[in-house]
Design a protein around this ligand. Sequence first.
Ligand SMILES: [Zn+2]
Length: 289
Amino acid sequence: MRLDDFRPSSNVEDRRGGGFQIPGGGGGLGIGTIIIVGLVGWALGINPVTLLSGLEAIQGSGSQQSAPAGKMGAPDDQLGQFAAKVLASTEQVWTDIFRGQGKTYQDPKMVLFTGQVRSACGDASAAVGPFYCPTDQKVYLDLSFFNDLATRFKAPGDFASAYVIAHEVGHHVQNLTGILPKLQQAQRQAATKREANGISVRSELMADCLAGVWAYHANERYRILEPGDIEEGMKAAAAVGDDRLQRQAQGTVVPDSFTHGSSQQRVNWFMRGLKTGAMQQCNTLQGAI
Ligand SMILES: [Zn+2]
């Protein structure tokens, strides 16, 4: 992957090495709860948005303490700079696409953290994987996830990591276009768990497709793709499919409990965005997926 054309984005809030600990009980979400979220929703994207807000509703905990402010601006270290450059590429691409539609793109912030983090959507541990919080419009990322992706998920490579960031930014795009709030409302109103899961899958596959749209335009304009990159992206999308994760975790696959889609679905939708570069191609809400 070639990111030479990008300066690291300054929309980065670096909270790595901060002293924040998730409180053990009382007001916010306890660490025990977060661990359960991580096990249920392990993967990138994980939809902690829904999981966390759902749990919060159950717990009746609406109060949010403000998070400690991190260091703003582009990070100095190599991995932090990589993430900030990928973020910069999403800013360029989505700014152009929105402008083409007569709209204005608002850059999300990216919070880098280690271990655990406080967001406007609740406290979270790195175990839930990278996530997007629509309330504060921030992407939360523990960079050690890229290690997990390479070793545990067997999806190494810089483009695999970039896909993760682009997927989360895809949720931000859903948020700006007003789709995400509607999907979240539909999920809350779903009659059954199965129905709610189905809505989650469609939302996640849309974010995968939007990540593909980013890759298409970033390559058209800035030639980011190098040989092997697309395969890396496909591997990453497949690695975080619900069927594969469930088989690894419990040995069996329960499609009704999918929240992100199967490996095949995730690859298909990512590739659909990557081949066409068209947001309209990412409508996962109609027909079969
Ligand atoms: Zn997601």
